[in-house]
Design a protein around this ligand. Structure first.
Ligand code: HEM
Length: 375
């Protein structure tokens, strides 16, 4: 048996790495020397190398949910569970393919430049809203509001007054938080209420402009359930929430630790690779299979360390893996980076001080996202 590495023996593990102050030496070592292994303590297979991450994410038997558990048990039977169960992000079934085929080109057609301009307009709406609190709290609220309400506005949803924008963003964040395996009963309850609120808001919203009316029409013509369209519209706001807040927040941290000399869009792209917002994603085996030279069993779970696969120096690591790969790869990657740039720019224009922010923050508890919470 090969000797265990010194870092692998120490405090850090593939889940605690997500919120560790500097997990990158550990990730680099895993990617280089243990690219695919079984972590018995966590009960997970771990894919850390870029080739292994690609193999798992493109394997037909690796599914986004455990086959017997389409909805996390904590959400089952609530409005949040019903919404979750309809998301294309959380499904591999053929039933979701027609809607996915409509959503993907709709997202691809959103021009990042236009999104940046819209974000600048939405920043003015937020200025007119009701944010109070310390400077850290204000920054957190901006990070969790501007990307989400810009996506809503781009879709044609009504968020053009400050209080409404604030409420929509808070409900989206509440629903997103409830999906975490770390969510307590209070967070789960708030997520279920938020799902209900968002459903009612969307049902009332007559999107006059934007791509939503065309999506609704095309879906109806294809016989797609209107509830699935609504759930996935909310799903887009949820996808834009935590990860984009984290990308913008990690960019503020990078700025606070020293000037890079890079233009802001280059810096955001660099952070997406070097200090990525989404650090891992999971897959669940639907059948016994051979994966990266190992015999894996139906029901086994694989943790794909996107942040390890991204490490510079790994074989094909010279790219950001944080947006995933394969059938479920993020269709919002360019949009997300444009939104993160716009959010950081809006905060800098409002006198945010990255050096001060980098002195007082912690990471939000999470098993997959590296989201700074400024104090
Ligand atoms: C920095 C921000 C973002 C990051 C890091 C990110 C990352 C990801 C990742 C890793 C996945 C794949 C999950 C998996 O394979 O298990 C994903 C899927 C997805 N993302 Fe993003 N995302 C971001 C922002 C956005 C935005 C702004 C949108 C759209 C408004 C979006 C829309 C989606 C959708 C619809 C999927 C599901 C695709 C599918 O299942 O086929 N994302 N994202």
């Amino acid at each position: 048996m090969p000797p265990m590495s010194s870092i692998a023996d120490s405090e850090i593990d593939p889940l605690s790495a997500v919120t560790h102050p500097d997990p990158y030496p550990y990730y680099r070592e895993l990617a280089a020397s243990r690219p695919f292994f079984r972590d018995e303590r966590l009960g997970l297979w771990i894919a850390a190398g870029p080739a292994e991450a690609a193999a798992v994410l493109s394997h037909p038997d690796c599914r986004v949910r455990p086959p017997a558990q389409p909805v996390p048990p904590s959400l089952a039977g609530t409005a949040a569970g019903e919404l979750f169960g309809r998301l294309i992000r959380m499904n591999d079934g053929a039933a979701h393919a027609p809607l996915k085929a409509l959503l993907m080109p709709m997202l691809a057609a959103i021009d990042p430049g236009a999104a940046a301009r819209r974000a600048a307009m939405m920043a003015a709406v937020i200025d007119a809203g009701v944010f109070n609190g310390t400077s850290g709290e204000r920054i957190n609220r901006w990070l969790f509001t501007l990307p989400v309400v810009t996506v809503a506005d781009l879709l044609g949803l009504p968020v053009a007054d400050g209080d409404r924008a604030d409420e929509v963003a808070q409900r989206v964040a509440a629903f997103a938080a409830a999906q975490s395996p770390l969510a307590d009963t209070h967070t789960v309850r708030a997520g279920a209420e938020a799902a209900q609120w968002l459903g009612a808001w969307l049902a009332d919203a007559t999107a006059a402009a934007g791509p939503l009316p065309a999506l609704r029409q095309a879906a109806a013509a294809a016989g797609i359930d209107a509830h699935a369209v609504a759930a996935n519209t909310i799903g887009l706001l949820v996808q834009a929430c935590e990860a984009t807040a984290a990308l913008a927040g990690n960019t503020l941290l990078r700025l606070g630790r020293g000037t890079s000399g890079l233009a802001l869009d280059e810096l955001v792209a660099r952070v997406a690779q070097d200090d990525p917002p989404v650090q891992n994603t999971r897959r669940f085996l639907a059948a016994d299979a051979r994966l990266c030279g190992h015999a894996v069993k139906a029901g086994d779970a694989v943790l794909v360390l996107l942040a390890a696969a991204s490490c510079r120096g790994t074989a094909e690591g010279a790219r950001a893996w944080t947006f995933g790969h394969g059938r479920h790869a993020c269709p919002g990657d360019r949009l997300a980076q444009a939104l993160a740039v716009a959010t950081v720019a809006a905060l800098l224009a409002r006198d945010a001080d990255p050096a001060a922010l980098a002195r007082a923050f912690r990471y939000r508890p999470s098993l997959n996202a590296r989201i700074p919470h400024f104090l």
